[in-house]
Design a protein around this ligand. Structure first.
Ligand code: MN
Ligand code: MN
Length: 349
């Protein structure tokens, strides 16, 4: 062949020197990093079971895949674990991940969130290698990175699928499967949340077989019960969960507490109402709403303070003594906020 002869006659040294210089590879040693060989997988502050369970699962996955050959991948947490998480860690005999108090000079993979305001402290001084989650995106980074979000019920669903769909014969341990399953059940409120997808259910069922969990309902119930047991002071728990929303220029605060039985909360409702009034008086809220969500009945007892007419209009229901029960209302972000916001916006027109 002509080509062979031509190739043989080429002076490769000449070709070599004529190649353009390679673009410089981003130097990872730019930051003085005392822990060059560690990559931390970390969820959001005030970690929930998804932030902890999915982090443990994803660190396990990346380690088995040998994705970062020279570095060890470690699951950590950005705050105290809650009761549900404690229950799942103990049930599947897994150590609680170490607490990371500062991200300065660390290499991180962010999980179950992407917004800076929700990240571990000093996130701006960290090197972010990737993001994995199921939330709306509010993220900006000056370098190309891995970024994966899916509109599913939990981050653990995405990690679970990575294991279950893998072709490399990864070993999915009973404990990792159990934690991922727990995180799916927690985030989807045992599949009752409107954020639940078919993928969450399928993944949970497959994980349950590996984790030796016979009934997702029974196990999920035990898990969710932990969210209220141990929190003697319901008022304190509830008031920790307020999220503020801007509704057509007015400030609205909404808190939510999931319970397996609303009866647990009824004895404290009067106290909660007093606290809501105090909070309203001390700030510029137009409306404060507390959702006491009964995960077995699939609905929420609403307790409100302030200007409640739009809330009543949004759900076509009158409040009696500042409260009412809304059947089927389970999710703050999907069931409560959108119709309420519509009513606020309608008043502007
Ligand atoms: Mn979360
Ligand atoms: Mn989540």
């Amino acid at each position: 062949m002509v080509y062979t002869r031509d190739l043989k006659s080429l002076d490769l040294r000449v070709v070599w020197v004529r190649l353009p210089p390679r673009a410089p590879v981003r130097n990872r040693h730019v930051m003085i990093n005392e822990e060059e060989n560690k990559i931390y997988v970390i969820g959001h502050k005030k970690p929930d079971l998804d932030s902890v369970g999915a982090a443990i699962g994803y660190a396990d996955y990346l380690t088995q895949k040998n994705t970062f050959a020279d570095e060890s991948v470690i699951a950590v947490r950005a705050g105290d674990v809650n009761n549900e998480t404690k229950f799942a860690l103990e049930y599947f005999n897994v150590d609680t991940p170490e607490l990371l108090t500062s991200a300065a000079n660390k290499k991180l993979i962010l999980l179950d969130h992407n917004e800076r305001s929700q990240s571990v402290d000093d996130i701006e001084k960290a090197e972010v290698l990737g993001v994995l989650g199921h939330h709306k995106i509010n993220f900006d980074y000056p370098h190309p990175i891995f970024f994966l979000t899916e509109p599913v019920g939990s981050t653990a669903t995405i990690v679970g699928r990575k294991f279950l769909d893998d072709k490399d014969n990864l070993s999915l341990s009973k404990s990792t499967a159990g934690l991922l399953l727990s995180a799916i059940l927690s985030d989807t409120v045992i599949f009752r949340s409107s954020t639940t997808t078919a993928k969450d259910v399928l993944t949970a069922e497959q994980l349950a077989k590996i984790a030796d969990i016979l009934s997702l309902e029974v196990f999920g119930y035990e898990l969710k019960k932990m969210a209220t047991i141990g929190s003697q002071n319901l008022v304190e728990v509830v008031f920790n969960d307020f999220k503020d929303f801007d509704m057509a220029g007015k400030k609205v605060g909404v808190a939510q507490m999931e319970m397996v039985d609303l009866a647990d909360a009824r004895s404290q409702i009067d106290l909660i109402k007093q606290e809501l009034q105090k909070m309203l008086g001390a700030s510029n809220y137009d409306l404060l709403v507390l959702m006491l969500t009964d995960i077995m009945k699939v609905g929420s007892e609403i307790v409100a303070a302030g200007e409640t007419t739009r809330l009543e209009k949004a759900f076509g229901k009158n409040l009696v003594n500042n409260s009412c029960y809304l059947d089927g209302v389970m999710s703050r972000k999907k069931d409560l906020i959108p119709p309420l916001l519509e009513c606020y916006k309608a008043d502007l027109k």
